[in-house]
Design a protein around this ligand. Structure first.
Ligand SMILES: Cc1cc2nc3c(=O)[nH]c(=O)nc-3n(C[C@H](O)[C@H](O)[C@H](O)COP(=O)(O)OP(=O)(O)OC[C@H]3O[C@@H](n4cnc5c(N)ncnc54)[C@H](O)[C@@H]3O)c2cc1C
Ligand SMILES: C=Cc1c2[nH]c(c1C)Cc1[nH]c(c(CCC(=O)O)c1C)Cc1[nH]c(c(C)c1CCC(=O)O)Cc1[nH]c(c(C)c1C=C)C2
Length: 478
């Protein structure tokens, strides 16, 4: 038998890929909680019927990992439920940062890069000159923080305002701790190889022209899923699924059960024992003998299960930090209360405010005559602002005070939902790639019949974790 730990999106996707490879495979998915979907949670609010997303609400359609998700959506028959937002929609064009006392639109065209746009004090293209003049790093580096790399190459303003806020909006993390390889691996490696990012880009473009190499990583139109082709042709910027993103794990779960897999929720997992090339799983008082185990659960949770037999592996798994995020959805009846439409805004940490950012849901999705916002707070700074155990009242009060200060909305919301998501986003701090390599090498060297997928290892976006599930299944020999 094969088992999967965790019925979040990556565990369910792993099930999908396993049964696609071996349709007759006996498969059980064990989920610790009573619901499936993990951090993907769409609550339809009984007061107004709109969906409040507690976790992700949109998915990126561009790039190879994104093409894989679109292929999955197609395979699940969800194509007609996709809700796309094109690149010329206000929600795609207008992303803001709150800095120096006001909301600032980030440039979304070449024109914007050529002008000085606040909060920056010089045009953004100046950053390219800084990189050209900066020279090579004094000593070769194997990794560094995103902040340090960007400050070194492009200057402090770009590091403080552009990159630090972008990281809040992706992993709720501190750019001074997150590895440059999390989002800028290619730029960093170019700098290390060629002595500068722009020089590296130019050299590589020249080499490519000389050898007329096709661009790597791009699939030809025939290899691309039809939905990915449509996303490209219609120029989607982001998309969601009607009824909420939770439709995706729900449909996957139904598909898996129809194909004979069993999904056991509310599992109390007692012990995981590696016995030569087998695993003995003691769950709900019974022993299961497994040929393979796919773990999609957070690394720090898996660490506890392997601690007894493999303390070294457990220590590395447990060394990947996670942060807490508080997500507060707010709904106001009676028209659009926003002065500026857009996707939302982020707050750079240098502003020293207790919120990470706000998403303008009612600008992204049709919500009739309502203003619907999602305030996100905490992340790497959770304890600094909220201590260990803040009350719901305290959290709501901070969210509403900042909505009033920044968006000038003075009214009380007509409805709201508070979700405190403990340890919800892993932090790929400096050295993360080496830690993941060490984990995988340990598993291989000890011939453990265990494969790992999910947000702890190779990317935190929905696309990344679905692709991680596919890749982990591909490495399994059944
Ligand atoms: C607030 C927030 C906003 C986000 N926004 C976006 C976005 O806009 N776009 C995007 O692409 N991504 C976004 N993400 C990221 C994305 O949602 C997650 O990375 C992804 O859902 C993680 O999926 P997963 O299956 O790897 O892990 P999880 O969702 O954590 O699933 C793991 C599952 O394992 C279960 N489990 C844990 N321990 C055990 C155990 N011992 N035994 C059995 N089961 C166990 C858990 O209960 C859970 O169901 C966001 C995340 C958060 C938190
Ligand atoms: C303020 C907190 C957060 C907001 N979103 C997330 C957090 C922690 C989580 C998140 N957002 C995105 C991803 C996926 C990245 C991927 O690889 O696909 C995750 C895990 C998408 C995203 N959201 C914003 C950006 C810049 C990105 C990257 C991809 C893209 O360009 O679409 C911006 C953004 N996120 C949040 C806000 C308020 C915001 C603002 C404008 C919330």
């Amino acid at each position: 038998m094969t088992a999967i730990l965790g019925a979040g999106i990556s565990g369910l996707a792993a099930g999908h890929y396993l049964l696609r490879k071996t349709p007759t495979l006996p498969l059980t998915i064990y989920e610790a909680t009573e619901r499936i979907g993990g951090w993907i949670r769409s609550d339809r609010c009984p007061d107004h019927g709109y969906v409040f997303e507690a976790g992700p609400r949109t998915i990126r359609p561009k790039g190879p990992a994104a093409g894989n998700t679109l292929e999955l959506i197609e395979e699940l028959g969800l194509t007609d439920q996709v809700y796309s937002i094109s690149s010329n929609h206000t929600a795609a064009r207008n992303r803001m940062i709150y800095a120096k006392g006001k909301l600032n639109l980030l440039p979304n065209s070449l024109g914007g890069v050529l002008k000085t746009v606040p909060p920056f004090t010089s045009p953004l293209y100046f950053a390219a000159f800084r990189d050209l003049l900066a020279g090579r790093s004094k000593t070769p580096l194997s990794d560094e923080s995103m902040y340090s790399f960007v400050e070194r190459r492009f200057g402090k303003e770009i590091a403080d305002y552009a990159v630090s806020s972008m990281l809040c909006g992706i992993c709720a993390g501190d750019a001074k701790e997150i590895s440059v390889k999390f989002l800028m691996k290619d730029l960093f490696e170019r700098e290390q190889r060629h002595g500068g990012v722009i020089v590296g880009l130019l050299k590589e473009a020249l080499q490519k022209r000389k050898s007329k190499q096709p661009e790597s990583g791009k699939k030809s139109a025939t290899q691309m899923a039809r939905l990915a082709e449509r996303a490209k042709a219609e120029n989607w910027s982001i998309y969601s699924i009607r009824g909420g993103l939770q439709t995706l794990p729900e449909t996957l779960a139904t598909e898996l059960q129809t194909k004979g897999a069993s999904i056991v929720t509310g599992t109390k997992f007692e012990e995981l024992t590696f016995d030569r090339d087998r695993i003995v799983l003691r769950v709900d008082g019974k022993e299961q003998l497994l040929q393979h185990l796919v773990s999609s659960i957070p690394s720090y949770k898996l660490a506890k299960h392997v601690q007894k037999q493999h303390p070294q592996l457990a220590a590395t798994l447990a060394s990947i930090p996670f942060v807490d995020v508080c997500v507060i959805n707010l709904q106001y009846r009676g028209g659009n209360l926003l002065k500026q439409d857009g996707f939302g805004f982020l707050v750079p940490p240098i502003e020293n405010l207790p919120i990470l950012g706000v998403i303008f849901d009612s600008c992204c999705f049709d919500m009739d005559d309502n203003t619907v916002l999602t305030v996100m707070m905490g992340g790497a700074w959770f304890e600094k602002w909220f201590g260990k155990n803040p009350s719901d009242e305290q959290l709501l009060d901070v969210a509403l005070k900042n909505v009033k200060k920044i968006l000038h909305i003075e009214r009380q919301p007509d409805s709201f939902k508070i979700n405190l998501l403990r340890k919800c986003i892993p932090q790929y701090t400096v050295g993360h790639q080496d830690r993941v390599k060490a984990i995988r090498e340990y598993v291989e060297q000890h011939r453990l019949p265990l494969v790992l997928c999910g947000a702890s290892y190779d990317g935190v976006g929905v696309n990344d974790v679905i692709l991680s599930a596919r890749k982990s299944v591909e490495t399994m020999q059944q």
